[in-house]
Design a protein around this ligand. Structure first.
Ligand code: COS
Length: 387
């Protein structure tokens, strides 16, 4: 039984507490013992459909377009990701990508674009993806070279995107491309591109240590109506950053879910495992590990829900707080999970064991949506700016 005492913290109101209890029960019944099988793409499609039918994806879009709250509620996003990640990483992935992949539409889309895409995202009928990174522009987004050339009422996109989650199974992509109003980050615009747009193809599938749908995309003379642009031309970088400000805190929450699961597994192991005439939990070395794990989890949770609460309650820009939460939660979850593997001994590295799965799953979170090093850059910049 996982520690839920954090739900009594003052960051939450009744709707978030209800979400935590309801989703926990749903996840235990629906995704906790998922058989990953051989076809991860089919499984993710199915998970999006199930999450949509369950009503959970409503937390990924605003109420006016089929969502749960007037504006996306960061605390609900975080509670949902933490809860799903604790039960099943792929369910968390399927949920998160609906939000990240459609976030730019919620933030900057025209009414028409919001009406066309968001309700289907919320129902799990359209799969979303966020296409920002390129082979030579990952951390340095402003260095992207994919271009969008204006031709009358259209833009023509050329270039390559990579590390695109849901690449290959998405129904549409929020794509960031250089429109050239200025150099670097000030000359980028955002577009929604349907997956079947002529000139857009999946260039390569990428296999990961913790499999999920991931691909590179190629745009070759891909014509997109100017009405598919998200926000003003030249403002795409800011749209991307605003999207990441929301979803980075939710990456922290997912890491928290993985860490909580690792601690739960470790605690039950420590209490049951007999050695040298006592249990593993009787050894002070084990107790020291448990103390470190529990404290790391609470520290990460405080930073995560502070970032979410600040955005929800004060409408404040939470660039710095989200970066702190993502850095601390993902880095410390890696350590918590590693400790759990150690407490399981040989069993901890057996393929398919819960802690072995967590060990593979956590690694990417320290890299995607801004590597830890980028979060440090952001925290330092914002801190220097504030003084
Ligand atoms: N919200 C709103 N506006 C923002 C913003 C935010 N969070 N962050 C930056 N901006 C604005 C700046 O205010 C600046 O505006 P002006 O042009 O009006 O001055 C503009 O955007 C450019 O900002 P900056 O100069 O800081 O841009 P950089 O190119 O130096 O960007 C970092 C630096 C590292 C912060 C950025 O590239 C980044 O976050 N990289 C990581 C990207 C990432 O997460 N990749 C993973 C892909 S998703 S899996």
């Amino acid at each position: 039984m996982s520690d839920k005492s954090y739900l009594d913290w003052p960051f939450f109101d009744a709707p978030q507490r209800a979400l935590a209890a309801d989703l926990d029960a749903w996840a235990a019944a629906n995704v906790a013992h998922l058989d990953h099988g051989a076809d991860v793409d089919a499984l993710c499609r199915d998970l999006v459909a199930r999450l949509g039918r369950g009503g959970w994806l409503r937390h990924c879009v605003p109420a006016a377009h089929g969502g749960a709250a007037e504006r996306i509620d960061s605390r609900s996003l975080c509670i949902a990701r933490e809860t799903l990640a604790r039960h099943e990483g792929l369910a968390d992935f399927a949920f998160a990508m609906q939000g990240l992949g459609s976030g730019a539409i919620s933030i900057a889309g025209s009414e028409e674009l919001k009406r066309r895409y968001l309700p289907r995202v919320a129902r799990g009928e359209a799969i979303a993806a966020f296409a920002l990174s390129e082979p030579d522009a990952g951390s340095d987004v402003g260095a992207m070279t994919t271009s969008a050339r204006r031709e009358g009422e259209h833009y023509v996109l050329d270039g390559e995107k990579t590390w695109i989650s849901n690449g290959g199974i998405a129904d549409f992509y929020c794509v960031f491309a250089r429109t050239g109003e200025a150099a670097g980050s000030r000359g980028i615009s955002a577009f929604v591109v349907d997956a079947d747009a002529p000139g857009l193809e999946v260039a390569a599938r990428i296999e990961l240590i913790a499999p999920h749908p991931l691909a590179s995309l190629r745009f070759s003379g891909c014509r997109v109506s100017a009405a598919q642009r998200l926000g003003e031309s030249g403002q795409g970088f800011k749209v991307a950053m605003q999207t990441l400000d929301i979803f980075r805190a939710s990456v922290a929450a997912a890491a928290l879910g993985f860490a909580r699961r690792a601690l739960d597994e470790a605690l039950s192991r420590a209490k049951q495992r007999k050695m040298f005439g006592q249990t593993l939990a009787d050894f002070q070395l084990t107790q020291a590990a448990i103390a470190d794990m529990a404290t790391a989890i609470d520290s990460a949770a405080l930073l995560t829900y502070r970032a979410a609460w600040l955005r929800d309650m004060q409408g404040a820009r939470t660039t710095r707080e989200a970066a702190m939460a993502k850095m601390v939660a993902t880095e410390s979850a890696q350590q918590v999970i590693d400790r759990a593997v150690q407490m399981f001994g040989g069993l901890g590295v057996v393929r398919g064991h819960p802690v072995e799965k967590l060990y593979r799953e956590i690694r990417a979170l320290r890299i995607y949506e801004g590597a830890t090093e980028v979060q440090k850059l952001i925290i330092a910049r914002e801190t220097l700016k504030a003084t």
